[in-house]
Design a protein around this ligand. Structure first.
Ligand code: HPA
Ligand code: ZN
Length: 343
């Protein structure tokens, strides 16, 4: 962050206090080292790192895969419904402090079912935390089931089958994990089935993968939002298409730096995406691993990029509501709250 300038206090306060939706958060990526150790002890799971500090020190990533290896290892402490509840509840408390009023959480069932954890254990634990967040914090939320793209389409079909008894508990499906070499079209048939089931469709594309993966996420999977999508900047025609259709991009600035997609926040294309008229949003991705929750993403990104000011703060929060999967009347209520925060 060589070019970071101090953020004006008023802008800092506005970024932190404005109501916002978070649309790109892997709930397993909110597992803080302290909770990993507490759950390991509670469940008698052995960890490869001797201490919280040693684990945190291992969070020096060179690319997406180097992160995913540690992220999947961290999730190995999750065994019981209570564990999933505790993880998501910890996230919701952080989200409430950041003035998140709505969150759409990704979860990776295959990371758990392949260790013998039942689909119902995962979904019930997360759902109970979602209900508690509504009751105790006033945060609305929804779950999006992600397929791991390094596994086969057949395994994705089996995962969908296992999740169908819990169909009312999740609103959509996504695609995450190792992007390079695993294009969206690998999952064409399973996403077609998901569309028939009335599920919302999102997909990670254009994080490490080329702009062509964003195009196939749109054309083949019929994605309604693109997660990351930042590499669209390499194709002016694609940027124009994304802008014309107001296709949301769930951008995660701190993630992009930690996974070496960009050298520094000063090089991040967020200002260019907004200038091009894209429906870009700011999100935390895996906050326990990437150095901060959603407000930290806003504050550090705005501090590093002087082109971002009050107008962009408003636009990003407004985009987060526009891009959310909630009824239009609810979006309007949140936008009214946002307008009040900027009045
Ligand atoms: N990209 C792909 N897969 C992921 C990510 C990500 O940023 N975080 C968790 N799984
Ligand atoms: Zn992600």
């Amino acid at each position: 962050m060589a070019h970071a300038t101090p953020l004006a206090p008023e802008l800092h306060t506005l970024l932190c206090r404005m109501p916002k939706a978070e649309l790109h958060i892997h709930i397993e990526g909110s597992l803080e080292p302290e909770l990993i150790f507490a759950l390991a002890q509670r469940n008698g799971v052995a960890l490869p790192h001797p201490s919280v500090e040693a684990l945190r020190a291992a969070y020096a990533f060179t690319d997406l895969q180097s992160f995913l290896d540690i992220y999947y290892a961290g999730a190995s402490v999750l065994l019981h419904e209570q564990d999933f509840h505790d993880m998501a509840w910890a996230y919701f408390q952080r989200a409430a402090a950041d003035h998140v009023v709505h969150a759409e959480l990704f979860f990776d069932p295959q990371t758990h079912t392949e260790r013998g954890v039942a689909m119902g254990t995962v979904i019930h634990g997360l759902r109970s935390a979602c209900e508690r967040a509504q009751a105790e914090l006033g945060i609305s939320s929804a779950l999006i089931l992600c397929f791991l793209r390094h596994l086969s389409e057949e395994e994705a079909f089996a995962t969908l089958e296992a999740a169908l008894p819990y169909r009312p508990h999740f609103i959509g499906v996504g695609l995450d994990s190792s992007e390079r070499g695993h294009p969206p079209e690998k999952f064409a048939r399973v996403f077609a089935r998901c569309r028939e089931l009335g599920l919302h469709i999102v997909a990670h594309a254009g994080e490490e993968g080329p702009p062509a993966y964003i195009e196939s996420a749109l054309d083949v999977l019929k994605a309604e939002r693109i997660d990351h999508g930042v590499r669209c900047t390499e194709s002016p025609a694609l940027v124009a298409r994304l802008a014309a259709t107001r296709m949301p991009l769930t951008v995660c600035p701190l993630s992009n730096i930690k996974l070496c997609v960009y050298g520094s926040l000063a090089e991040h294309p967020l200002p260019a995406l907004l200038d091009a008229g894209l429906c870009a949003t700011v999100n935390s991705d895996d906050p326990a691993y990437f150095g901060g929750y959603i407000n930290q993403n806003f504050v550090e990104t705005f501090a590093a990029l002087p082109q971002l000011g009050r107008a962009q703060a408003y636009q990003l929060a407004r985009n987060s509501f526009e891009a959310s999967f909630v009824p239009a009347a609810q979006k309007q209520r949140w936008v009214a709250q946002l307008d009040a925060a900027f009045a």
